[in-house]
Design a protein around this ligand. Structure first.
Ligand SMILES: Cc1cc2nc3c(=O)[nH]c(=O)nc-3n(C[C@H](O)[C@H](O)[C@H](O)COP(=O)(O)OP(=O)(O)OC[C@H]3O[C@@H](n4cnc5c(N)ncnc54)[C@H](O)[C@@H]3O)c2cc1C
Length: 416
């Protein structure tokens, strides 16, 4: 490891989601003193109520042929799993046009080639966190994917063949019998091995504890409003506190990224793809996550209950909670499950997935010296947060080349 003459000593990280906290943790590995600022608190954005899949083989570029058509078909239907708000802002339309332009097989393959090194290193980065004192467990268990019609698994098999061709170890099998928690409306099950899952809220709390135990500060209720050079060097201006001085800054504000990152030269838009979740009672504890592609719903064991997460609502990131979306998820999954009590719902939640038009995250330096961004991981920021933090910390604190991050240059206008 090559350490530059003067690596940054004090680093301010803005955003206490999975990406910001993991980056802070790995910066500490290199000796940085970190302060994490969050406008609300730990896990206030998308990182709390998500499905908690650590599923690198599913972390693929979101733009793909067919997805936008599904969104347009669902426009008049607020219950559709993929929902475009009919009152779209001009910026959202611009995002969708760019997203559509990227929705080709060729673009998917180049995005997949870029993501593969991150996907392959995603679970080992969780092992680093565990070895370094993050006490929350990750659970290894196959994901069971249920399809209502024989043959309906062809699209997922095709996608996973693309993932394997790009260099990941994809282990698929078909159980001979379909049983609970699937109902008799499920005809085929695909089993995806080698993946893990977590309780995202519990995991973030443990990660935050570890950052603090290693000397880091996490300052809640502090909204950053600008990053600039002040009298003593770089500083983060906030709405409520004195400026936070730093030698380097990382902006990890998820779907809120453009507010701070646009003035730093980051032109690629980040659009909220809002998802909803809740927990439901089960007749016996689950051991595996379950995915229902027809309903676009992911279910994960969470203590003695399951978390149900789903829908993709292209809308304002701070729009109010829409109870119809939860009802829509319930209606779409109920026929396919048994032993799940969907009248016993708790913890309703909505959070914004930070989507980029090319389906790739933004990780690296901005045009302001010393200021970096880490975000835009869309559907997979929990899985990819730790590896992002590990690579970005190496890039900031050493002179080692980090070629894995080249495709995610935050200053890109487009990628090949
Ligand atoms: C329903 C659903 C299910 C999902 N399931 C999975 C899954 O199974 N596996 C997976 O890998 N991913 C999943 N995701 C995606 C994942 O949740 C996100 O990609 C990830 O949480 C993004 O993390 P982040 O740290 O970039 O952003 P966030 O977690 O959104 O964190 C951003 C933080 O920045 C703070 N902030 C914003 N602006 C400011 C400011 N100006 N000053 C200070 N603080 C600020 C916010 O308060 C927030 O805490 C899911 C998402 C949803 C919605």
């Amino acid at each position: 490891m090559h350490v530059p003459d003067r690596p940054p000593r004090r680093v301010a990280v803005i955003g206490a989601g999975m990406v910001g906290l993991a980056t802070a943790w790995f910066l500490q590995e290199h000796g940085a003193e970190v302060t994490v600022l969050d406008r609300s608190g730990v896990g206030a954005g998308a990182s709390w109520g998500n499905a908690g899949y650590l599923a690198p083989v599913m972390a693929v570029p979101l733009p793909e042929p067919g997805l936008l058509a599904e969104g347009l078909r669902g426009l008049p239907d607020p219950a559709a799993p993929l929902h475009l708000s009919p009152r779209l802002q001009r910026s959202t339309l611009a995002f969708l046009l760019r997203f559509a332009a990227r929705s080709t097989p060729r673009a998917w393959r180049s995005g997949m080639a870029a993501l593969t090194p991150l996907d392959r290193a995603a679970l080992p980065a969780f092992d680093d966190l565990a070895a370094g004192g993050v006490t929350a467990p990750t659970h290894e268990a196959p994901i069971l994917v249920g399809f209502p019609r024989p043959g309906a698994d062809a699209a997922l098999r095709h996608e996973l063949a693309g993932v394997a061709a790009a260099g990941q170890d994809v282990r698929l099998s078909t159980p001979t019998a379909v049983g609970p928690p699937f109902s008799d409306r499920i005809a085929t099950v695909l089993r995806v091995d080698g993946q893990r899952h977590i309780d995202p809220g519990g995991y973030l709390a443990a990660l935050a504890d570890s950052v603090r135990a290693r000397g880091g500060r996490i300052v809640a209720g502090t909204r950053a409003r600008a990053i600039r050079f002040g009298p003593g060097g770089l500083q983060v201006d906030t709405w409520t506190q004195p400026p936070e001085p730093a030698d380097a800054v990382v902006v990890a504000t998820g779907a809120w990224l453009p507010e701070l990152a646009r003035p730093l030269g980051v032109r690629l838009p980040v659009q909220a793809g809002r998802g909803y979740s809740f927990s439901a009672g089960v007749d016996r504890p689950w051991t595996h996550p379950v995915y229902l592609p027809t309903a676009r719903a992911a279910l994960t064991p969470l203590g003695d209950r399951v978390r149900v997460a789903g829908t993709m609502e292209i809308a304002d990131r701070d729009a109010p909670f829409d109870g119809r979306r939860v009802a829509a998820i319930v209606g779409s999954i109920a026929p396919y499950l048994t032993g799940v009590d969907l009248s016993d719902l708790r913890d309703p939640w909505v959070g914004p997935r930070p989507l980029t038009p090319d389906g790739l995250p933004l990780i690296g330096a901005t045009r302001m010296p010393g200021v970096h961004v880490a975000g835009g991981h869309g559907m997979w920021g929990v899985t990819l947060g730790p590896v992002t933090g590990r690579l970005l910390a190496r890039k900031m604190m050493t002179t080692d080349p980090v070629p894995e991050l080249t495709p995610f240059d935050p200053l890109r206008r487009r990628i090949a």
